[in-house]
Write a protein that binds this ligand. Structure first.
Ligand code: BEZ
Length: 242
């Protein structure tokens, strides 16, 4: 960790807020974010540096899983504070040379933003001086089709992300929206979902007495219901099948 706290945050975006807008140059041309992605889910993620091992393993995994994110209607956009030519050279090296865990000839087709000014990284709270002043941490912003930030996860430099979890996050957010439910710990499609707490005594009593079809109450504030896997996957797109 670097011991320099001189770099100031411009802001820390928060869940429920609109994703800060920016225009950027990427390996796939210029993008206008998040406007260009409206109508889709999108994951904006940062990595510390090109030509580094953890980042390489992550990019190969993201690129390999891109079709699964696509099935969920979720686009991917990467960012680091490196320049465009570094990005292009690194992605070419990955495709031409790296054979890792059964992944080879991996082509990264999603855009990778160049951010040498760190403007975007600062806007999104990706520069965390306690960890590094010259690199972005591993940030993940999950943004919905209206451009609202729905989940934020930050990882330190040394820790590669868990991609099953990123798929699960998109599945769970889409399920919450589609069915008006919440999702309990470690939820996966096919598991029971949590129904909102009953607003009136009569409804709560009916639930507790098992009078609501398919609803099981563990106490008055904690009721779950079956949510069939096929129904969920049809509603949200298939995503990652284990
Ligand atoms: C890596 O991706 O391997 C890495 C990048 C920056 C700092 C530490 C590790």
């Amino acid at each position: 960790m670097e011991n320099n706290t001189e770099v100031k945050f411009e802001s820390m975006p928060r869940i429920g807020e609109r994703a800060p807008s920016f225009t950027a140059v990427t390996t796939q041309g210029e993008i206008k974010f998040p406007e260009q992605y409206e109508g889709n889910w999108v994951i904006l993620f940062s990595h510390p540096a090109d030509f580094t091992p953890v980042c390489t393993s992550e990019f190969m995994t993201f690129a390999t899983l891109e079709p699964k994110f696509d099935e969920l209607g979720c686009k991917l956009v990467g960012l680091s504070v490196d320049g465009l030519y570094s990005h292009i050279a690194w992605l070419r090296t990955i495709k031409d040379k790296i054979d890792y865990k059964g992944m080879k000839n991996v082509e990264v087709k999603f855009p990778l933003i160049e951010d040498i000014s760190m403007e975007v990284a600062k806007k999104y709270g990706m520069i965390q001086p306690g960890e590094a002043t010259t690199k972005a941490v591993r940030a993940v912003f999950v943004i919905d089709p209206k451009g609202i930030i729905r989940t934020i996860i930050y990882y330190p430099l040394s820790l590669g992300r868990n991609f099953d979890e990123l798929i699960r996050v998109v599945q769970a957010l889409k399920t919450a929206d589609a069915f008006g439910v919440a999702t309990p710990a470690d939820w996966r499609p096919g598991d029971d979902a949590i129904v909102p707490t009953a607003g009136s005594c009569g409804v709560a009593k009916d639930r507790m007495e098992g009078k609501q079809e398919g609803v099981t109450c563990h106490d008055w504030f904690f009721c779950t219901k079956k949510l069939d896997k096929a129904t969920v996957l049809t509603a949200i797109g298939k995503g990652y099948k284990k």
